[in-house]
Ligand binder design. Sequence first.
Ligand SMILES: Nc1ncnc2c1ncn2[C@@H]1O[C@H](COP(=O)(O)OP(=O)(O)OP(=O)(O)O)[C@@H](O)[C@H]1O
Length: 609
Amino acid sequence: MLILCVDHHLPTMSTSDGSASILLVRFQYRLINGLRDAGLARRTADVVVRCRGRQKASGGFFVLGGRAIVPGMSPVERNGGTGRMEMPLLYRTWKRFVREGTLDAHRVSRDVSESWVRSRRYGVDPYRDRGDIVLEPEDLELQRHKYADVIREVESLVHKIHGLLMEQRMVALFCDADGRILSEIGHPDTLRRAREIQFVPGADWSEAAVGTNAIGTALEVGNAVYVAGYEHYVVATHPWCCAAVPLRDPKGNVFGVLNLSGPLESAHPYLLGVVATMGAHVEDVIARMPQQGGETVETQEGGVDFEGMIGKSASFRRCIDLAERAARVDYPVCLLGETGTGKELLARWIHRRSGRRGGPFVALNCGAMPEHLLESELFGHEEGAFTGAKKGGYPGAFRLAEGGTLFLDEVGEMPPQMQLALLRVLEEKAVRPIGGREEIRVNVRLVSATHRDLGLLVRQGAFREDLFHRLHVLPIHVPPLRERKEDIPDLAQYLLDTTGTGKKLNPAALRLLQDYPWRGNIRELRNVMVCASVFDDSRIIGPEGLTSFLDAENITGAMPGRNIPSRKEAVVDALQNTRGNVSAAARRLGVSRSTLYRWLKQGGTGWDR
Ligand SMILES: Nc1ncnc2c1ncn2[C@@H]1O[C@H](COP(=O)(O)OP(=O)(O)OP(=O)(O)O)[C@@H](O)[C@H]1O
């Protein structure tokens, strides 16, 4: 195997396709396949790699990302390219340095020797047997929240190379720019070993805290780094091999570190290529995000747009907060709320922010179809399974959602037989298509929704209790519009904006909308905005442009006295909208020109009659 290392000091490798800054790594085929399946390896490049003047290999290279990886002298190469340092020699070198301060610099790489010197200067105790937890749970949670986008991206990537990590007994970590671990996932045995030395979320893995190590050293040198065995400064980390890469935003500022670690037995510097590839991918994704480091955008009107979810009320923020937490884990979510409150929109939002975002999102309304069809829609069927079965069969929602999220809307409407069938699938994690002989394993995250009171349905015997407990793991209440009235102006204007007409709602119209009892919730509000955009010619829409699309009875109920737009407001709106054209304004107000003139003359007290 050819070892290539990331080193920005070395000249960039030139390739036959002419690109100057690409990542070239030649890996074991198994590894390449793993990365290709994860969508990281893009294509092959026909290149010849020369290392220290000798041709080492040619052809069949995979171009993996947008970062220069060039052949250079990694510590491993200097030790014969075996994938291991010569540990006894290295141990003596380390011991001499920590005991006497004598550095045999030619025996370790420059990154390591310089880092040892820094570690000593920092006063790190080389005999430390564990790291320090520096973030209390609440601070860790806050920090994780701040980096939610990056963590989600890293975890989604790790999810894709899960098989590879398990095989190599690795763990993947994301740390902030101070070297504090914020996320760690991977092989259970390695995670257990990590806990023994407090190599866990909340711990400080900077050089100043634990001396030379991939995370801290990568942060110090600003490049990807591979550190194995006794190259580490403190004894706690000697049984480990680690590779880390600093992550930079488009301006070049380091915002965190991505690290892969495992037991020294499985050490190999290919880790460096993997981590650099992953890092380049994360940087790419983060650079393409609408804004860095936060998940909210202030709307023009001062509302908050959580990626297409509009709202700023306390009840909505609470809902978004729960959804954000639910997106970080893989348990079933149950969205509870009235019709049209945005349950499906929220389900999609959770999917987009979850580790499964790379997989499909499949939605199925369980209340909208007869039982026999529902079974086939959920679990699929074989060709010829029943009259009307699709040619070639049908995979069903569960298999279509493989690797992603399945959204089951109106689960409360599911007939009893289907409830039982669904329960079995959730227990077995496998489906058997109608007419099929074999069970097919499925890997989906379930998000269900209902406007019914599932607990009540269970008590009434209309919903299986065992299924209820399978679905109702993370319940999230999606508030109706009447519990988030302060969101109505932002939502209404947002929905009007989506019509692309550029129309605006005036303050009186917004007040009218705010006080209206929206039984159909946001869906009903959206329909009114669509009607207003199509049927009203005004650029600025006033209350009179909305009333015909609202239920008259509810308008009266919704506008007790002070909320009724005054005659003065209506006249001012009408004149503004018609650019002072009295005839047009009178038409808008449904009065004659003479009446409007009379009102205008009266002014003062006359306005409010
Ligand atoms: N917070 C929000 N911001 C912007 N638009 C929203 C928001 N919530 C819902 N909507 C819009 O409201 C409409 C209804 O949303 P959705 O279909 O998700 O509701 P639902 O609760 O799933 O309805 P049902 O229970 O009838 O299936 C959609 O057009 C959706 O885009």
